[in-house]
Design a protein around this ligand. Structure first.
Ligand code: PLZ
Length: 445
């Protein structure tokens, strides 16, 4: 049957109804009857289709995506290579369970992960469905391989919402409140947060290490788990030298260094992984999000002696490394390479930093502009202080949404606006998004 509906996607932001439009509002009404109220929904624009950096909603509005579904669709929406690979795989077979009958794409993804993650040592991987599941497994592996139990995590950390990863995550509301009891043997130490602590990387690392050694004891520590650039916690970029000092301490003390690159990985920061900027080589790297262009896939990649310490059957799951998700990852990695999106992430960063830093000059509520590559944020404060200003962030995100731009908030204090555009965003789209963002910030100040 030939459809008369226009399904093409333009390349420009175009708002033709008030937002959310009437169809989005009607869907939202329906949703309330059947979808748990526990799922948050800041601004309900229901999406019908998408391409590149443009989402088309059910009312025909063209929305500019500066969030990539929280750093997932880095290669853009509806990339032909990914659509073709996924469609062909769905037609071939959708599932066998890798533990029952294996297939080549799983092996190929693990080959790519071994080649792309930092360090030339021998590595193996296991694949899972979500970031939280990858983190859970990284912790399982580190505990088994070291015979130790304590896990070190940081202030402002976010690692997921399952029972173990809730315990690893720092922020109470909304992630942990009344969901306990939490898993034991998790110890939290201070993060390097240059805007708020003013410490050098070396001093911040010394502070954390002193606390670990006095309160936990190095020989009890299985793993140190850290986001090299924190995501949900506020795009906190640690001071130079912090990560290398921690990495050195873990090596000296037989502790597994686990890098949570779930949000920062796969070219987002202008390198394949955020740890690369400081030459840190983790023992285990957890990946998800940008790895598979929107299909659910996560990886745990680590030193062969750690990963293979696990007894046969000790790792697994029904869907982990699903064949459709695996071919999506292969198409995603090929697209990142072929289009040199690592370089594009750096260019996007240059554009964002130049514009946002100049905006910060004449707006008193921007306390800090930080990030790396196409992972950039502004932290909002009360003028003349460092007191968090979450109200400004609410107003800015709302203004952006109402004008057809998706920008997302984050931060322990809810006072950070983060930008995670698809790496295929054009200069014109980026300039347009920045215009809206500037107007939003000005109207909030
Ligand atoms: N580690 C660094 O960013 C997911 C969370 C959205 P899952 N971040 C988005 C929300 O509010 O639930 C994330 C992350 C880092 C782990 C995770 C967890 O990944 O795929 O959401 O489980």
């Amino acid at each position: 049957m030939v459809s008369s509906v226009d399904t093409s996607v333009g390349t420009e932001r175009k708002v033709i109804t008030e937002l959310p439009g009437p169809r989005s509002r009607a869907l939202h009404e329906r949703r309330h009857a059947v979808v748990s109220a526990g799922l948050t929904q800041g601004f309900p624009i229901y999406i019908d289709r998408a391409e590149g950096a443009i989402l088309v909603d059910v009312d025909g509005n063209q929305i500019l995506d500066l969030g990539s579904g929280i750093a997932v669709t880095s290669i853009g929406h509806a990339v032909p290579e990914l659509v073709d690979a996924v469609s062909a795989q769905v037609a071939a077979f959708t599932h066998t369970c890798f533990m029952v009958n294996p297939y080549e794409s799983y092996v190929e993804v693990c080959e790519e992960l071994a080649a792309l993650t930092p360090g030339s040592h021998a590595k193996t991987s296991a694949l899972f469905n979500s970031g939280a599941e990858a983190i859970e497994n990284a912790v399982k592996i580190a505990r088994l391989a070291t015979g130790r139990q304590a896990i070190i995590v940081f202030d402002h950390a976010y690692h997921g919402r399952t029972n173990l990863t809730m315990a690893l995550t720092a922020k109470n509301m909304p992630y942990k409140d009344r969901f306990g009891p939490f898993a034991p043997e998790i110890y939290r130490v201070p993060m390097s947060y240059p805007f708020r602590d003013g410490l050098s990387g070396a001093d911040a690392a010394a502070r954390a290490i002193r606390m670990i050694e006095t309160e936990v004891g190095a020989k009890n520590v299985a793993a140190l788990l850290i986001e090299p650039i924190q995501g949900e916690g506020g795009f906190v970029v640690p001071a130079d030298g912090f990560l290398p000092a921690l990495s050195e301490w873990t090596t000296t003390n037989g502790v597994v260094f686990i890098a949570d690159e779930i949000q920062s990985g796969f070219c987002r920061t202008g390198d394949w992984f955020a740890v690369n900027h400081e030459g840190v080589i983790p023992d285990i790297v957890a990946t998800a999000k940008g790895l598979a262009g929107g299909m659910p896939l996560a990886g745990v990649t680590g030193r062969v002696e750690l990963m293979n310490a696990v007894h046969e059957g000790g790792l697994g799951g029904t869907y982990g490394g699903n064949p459709v998700a695996c071919v999506a990852a292969l198409a995603t990695i090929k697209t990142l390479r072929d289009r040199n999106l690592v370089e594009r992430a750096r260019e996007i960063g240059d554009i964002l930093f130049a514009n946002l830093r100049s905006l910060a000059q004449d707006v008193a509520i921007i306390g800090d502009v930080r990030g790396r590559g196409a992972m950039v944020a502004m932290e909002f404060v009360q003028p003349g202080t460092k007191d968090p200003n979450p109200a400004a962030v609410k107003a800015i995100v709302n203004y952006c949404n109402q004008n057809g731009v998706i920008a997302i908030s984050c931060g322990t204090y809810g006072n950070v606006v983060r930008l995670l555009p698809p790496l295929v965003i054009t200069d014109a789209q980026l300039a347009d998004g920045l215009d809206v963002l500037r107007a939003a910030v000005r109207s909030a100040s």
